[in-house]
Design a protein around this ligand. Sequence first.
Ligand SMILES: Nc1ncnc2c1ncn2[C@@H]1O[C@H](COP(=O)(O)OP(=O)(O)O)[C@@H](O)[C@H]1O
Ligand SMILES: [Mg+2]
Length: 355
Amino acid sequence: MTTITIDSVARSFGSVRAVDRVSLEIRDGEFFTLLGPSGCGKTTLLRMVAGFCALDSGRILFGTTRVDTLPAYKRNAGMVFQNYAVFPNLSVGNNVAYGLKARKIAKPEIARRVERALALVQLEGYASRWPHQLSGGQLQRVAIARAIVIEPHVLLLDEPLSNLDAKLRVDMRAEIRHLQRQLGITVIYVTHDQDEALSMSDRIAVMRAGNVEQVDEPRAIYERPATPFVAQFVGTINLLPATATIGGGAKSEISLGGTTISGQFPGVQTGDRVTLSVRPETIRLLVPGEDPPRGWIVLSATLEDTEYLGPVTRFKLRLTDGTRMQAMAITASALSGHIRIAFDPARVTILRQAP
Ligand SMILES: Nc1ncnc2c1ncn2[C@@H]1O[C@H](COP(=O)(O)OP(=O)(O)O)[C@@H](O)[C@H]1O
Ligand SMILES: [Mg+2]
């Protein structure tokens, strides 16, 4: 149980900057997720924390101890990989015992700790089974048991669920989260799956091309994305180009989709080109004659297509200046053609960058 300090850590492979001076503070007992698309440097960063990849520059500390200069086995970090990495020629029990034997721990103590670790991952009584007799989910549980049996300070998981089928993946999310709470252990979890990241994490670092774009709690990542990249990578988003026609004061005006809207847009200056980031589920389609809630932004739009998706319906819209948008609602709608849409300015994020 410990804090992890990642201080200006960088690593290149040839001309590729896999990790570009990343700094993160991970709290004691935190479930911290590195989220980002394939190739953004998640695995490289995790392997540097584990001790399987050297740093070009920077430092890594567990608590107050500098660890990037220590070999992997002296860092007391448990690691779980995407592809199970269970030894096929060892029984489940011996797989889990592996790290303990390497540490020269007495036999009765090993047996006791292996049983406890297997119980923690719901595999009581599996010690004498063989890997080929197990399902993918069970193999990954063995890998997790093997990682936690050494009672590590930190647990590092690299896309541990990505080889499992969809239903099991969802069940295992809760299981891993539960295990982490039970052990009170600091976790760094790597995934490219936004649902996994949102549902499991205390905080998420969204990575892009070796850099961290935003570090925040899941709700803030989703509701207050810091950049167009974060907004687009996590969930579905409308990114609407707009221009501030009046800014600087308490009340400002923004020209959006051929309509001028006034409201409080702090920090926006006259003439600023901004991007409004609006989640589809925050948009309401108004029926003719319907008054929008007070203070909401109202825009004219053409409803071009409706897609029934089961739990929700997706509406494809076009604003008068041609900007495409989509809205999402749990109720279907009989609307078509020219309509009005409305959304709460409090649920809009104004981004200074272009998408
Ligand atoms: N051992 C390596 N040799 C050469 N290039 C590598 C190596 N490991 C990673 N890379 C490159 O570094 C970048 C980041 O890779 P990686 O950390 O695996 O990303 P992620 O886990 O987010 O998919 C990629 O461009 C990848 O091709
Ligand atoms: Mg990876």
